[in-house]
Write a protein of this length. Sequence first.
Lengths: 289, 267
Amino acid sequence: MSGARASWPPNWTPWLLALPGTALFAALVLLPLALTFALSFHVYDPATGVQDQVTLAHYIAVVTDDYFLTIFWRTLRLAALTTLICAVIGAPEAYILSRMRQPWRAIFLLAIIGPLLVSVVVRTFGWSMLLGPAGLINDAFRFFGIGTVRLLYTETAIVIGLVHVMLPFMVIPVWTSLQKLDPMVEAAAWTLGASRFTALRRVVMPQVTMGLLSGSLVVFGLSASAFAMPALLGGRRLKVAATVVYDQYMNELNWPLGAAIAIIVLVVNLIIMLAYHRAVETRARRTLG
Amino acid sequence: MSAMQSNGPVAVVFHTLVVVFMLAPLVVICLVAFTPANTLTLPTTQLSLRWFAAVFDHPDFVASFVNSLWVAAISATIAVALAVSAGLALDRYEFYGRGALNALFLSPLMIPHLVLGVALLRMFALIGATGSFVWLSLGHIVVVTPYVLRLVLSAFSGLDRSVEQAAVTLGASRWTVFRRITVPMILPGITGGWLLAFINSFDELTMSIFVTSPATVTLPVRMYMYATESIDPMMAAVSALMIALTAAAMLLLDRIFGLDKILVGEG
């Protein structure tokens, strides 16, 4: 039973055990992705649909057409802004959480991470109620004499919604890296005469950097491919990459063009995820070494 | 933990604002759901259940809710079976391609659901399977299996193998050992994984929106379509029901596996 070693003759048991899952994932992940990749090179004719000829036209259209470039630029800008805000809010919050006593720590960790499990449609709907012209935030603005501010269907609304969805993904890795920091080390720095700021900068920050980096990569990747928040809080006019893919598939019916944009979104995401794994591995090696 | 300094007043204010920010949309939904008015307003004088009643006057919402429950239950169950079986292979054996298999099973966590959705739509269209309940469920299985697998693998790694070896020494067959020793010992991982898979499937929007048909529309997709056209307090009532269901599942998860362990996991 100890057999954790590749041996000859090969042991078929693991393959048999993994076979059902492997077959399903090959059929429903690898094959559809390959088909979509192939689809993105097919000619599309509005009258007759997808043709057999191969073309690069969709990729060329996507990287030269101002309409798409504006949308890609907006997608990246909103994702970057979301990442920055999440880092600025999430890292201090994780630090504050880690300094709390039980049971408050567990309760507030749940309050901040729990919304992760609530459907994104529900959360989007909550924000559209808060941000709308008759919503609570505008009520407050009017109360303070600021007047009604247009929030819903703006980029601001999209960023607020995205930050709400992404914040747990930033708090979690920073929290995890803080768990590995012995609070005594920070206290020792104070005893040795370091100011609180110096202790934060020289003791806590180096520990948090990796968590912050991996959190940022995850938040950026998820924000750049988010669908529901931009679709419902950005309205019909403010498109991002994900909503354009939806339009091409469901409204314009130009599947090959939609496939090309989807492949670009996928490649960008995979590059980010590879960077993430590289970051995590480096951290692991440093802790071991 | 006397060395742990308590948070200063600035930190407490900051923390309060973050918690308010995270909970505000959910709290507002739950309050508005009880409004007696026809518009999305907070109930001021009295509470009313009329919008909860209104949900049940919409047969399409009820049908979608039932669809979602079925899809979530079926996909969570099959995902557990696949994950336990694959988890055994990944945990107990060293074989050629093990790393690749692991990456394959976890890949849905790295592929945006949008991309999975359009990819499945293309394949379902080619084989003429669009709008089928079975294929929708298969799509959900793929999406939720990684979550189960991670919990199952962590349950396997925390398992004391000597108990299994003792059973083998005492003459138990491999199947008996698996059934009577291994499964009971990883049961928290299995039930926690099932619940997590159920919640994730029940909430899934972005992939489902591409592969549902009018007959198989799940609740989040129905809500999304409804929200793009009109917004009335009934949406708040449906959302409040979903929040309640999620909260119940969350409490259960916490009891079984420890929510912090599942969500924070291996960072």
